[in-house]
Design a protein around this ligand. Structure first.
Ligand SMILES: [Fe+2]
Ligand SMILES: [Fe+2]
Length: 312
């Protein structure tokens, strides 16, 4: 058994900075510039009621299915909370050096997502703009707090999974709308989320080299209590059930398409040189994946039974 030596949070930030710098260069060379306005069908737009005296929103203004509207609202409100996310990562990673450059660049890219989705929803009248604005006010007034706010590796593990989760959820929401324009927009957003995931995943891979037991502990803890970033949205539980029933984001996808691919990249079950807590974390992680597998299967059975019932 390896003797436990803990690397301090400050030392982790310092040691990882060259990895941040390398991955920032990689990111900038791969990220494609794109423009939100090109993805919005402006000619479909009509003036709303209010000061300009246009037409009030009606649910019949759009043919997008209800569940896709719900998912679009959840995804947009999630993006809207960017000031809180920026605060969390700027506080933890700092605003200097390569870390700081990344924090600002990432924030600028994420800012595009909310702008693009809101423009699309407003112009196409896909959702009630009054309800959406009220939901944004409520959600942003709550803010967002990182569950592991003062731990670098926990936060890196969380964002690795979270970026991939948002990628999958944007992608599948786009498909669920049945609108090629919306699908193209959300595919574009999803491509950004994928690059974000790769950035964070590479950082944590380096952390596994640097402090394997601490990295394993971080991953196990984060997988055990993972919550979507939008989980503070009003009515989130009800909305996320609808989203899961529609297959836009469910437990099976969470386990098999979000957790597993990232864990495989880190090769978590072949990491050696762990101290006692690192080994315990590795075992907890394996047990948690089994638990999620069973829970995902139960959900799928229930969903199938429900679909069969509705088809009768
Ligand atoms: Fe985003
Ligand atoms: Fe992202």
């Amino acid at each position: 058994m390896t003797v436990s030596t803990t690397v301090s949070q400050t030392a982790l930030l310092v040691e990882l900075e060259p990895v941040v710098a390398r991955n920032l260069d990689r990111h900038l060379s791969l990220a494609k510039e794109w423009f939100p306005h090109e993805y919005v069908p402006w000619s479909e737009g009509r003036t709303f009621d209010g000061p300009l005296g246009g037409e009030a929103w009606s649910p019949t203004d759009s043919t997008i299915p209800d569940v896709a509207r719900t998912a679009l609202i959840v995804n947009l409100l999630t993006e809207d909370n960017l000031p809180s996310y920026h605060h969390e990562i700027a506080t933890l990673f700092g605003r200097d050096g390569a870390w700081g450059t990344w924090v600002h660049r990432w924030t600028a890219e994420e800012g595009r997502h909310g702008v693009a989705i809101r423009d699309y929803l407003t112009v196409t009248r896909a959702v009630d703009p009054v309800a959406l604005e009220r939901a944004r006010m409520t959600h942003m007034s709550e803010g967002y707090t990182n569950a592991h706010g003062d731990e670098v590796l926990h936060s890196l593990a969380y964002v690795s999974f979270q970026e991939l989760a948002t990628r999958i959820s944007h992608r599948n929401t786009g498909k669920a709308t049945g609108d090629p324009a919306c699908e193209a927009l959300l595919a574009r957003v999803a491509a950004d989320e994928n690059l974000h995931m790769v950035f964070y995943r590479n950082l944590l891979a380096a952390a596994f080299e640097l402090a394997p037991s601490q990295a394993m502990r971080a991953v196990a803890d984060v997988v055990a209590d993972f919550q979507m970033p939008g989980n503070g949205i009003e009515g989130f539980a009800r909305k996320s059930v609808a989203i899961a029933l529609a297959g836009i984001y469910d437990l099976r996808q969470h386990r098999d398409e979000v957790l597993q691919p990232v864990l495989r990249q880190w090769d978590v079950f072949n990491v050696t040189g762990l101290d006692a807590d690192g080994q315990a974390a590795q075992e907890q992680l394996a047990a948690q994946l089994d638990t999620l597998d069973r829970a995902a299967s139960r959900f799928e059975e229930k969903r199938d039974a429900r679909a069969a019932r509705l088809a009768r």
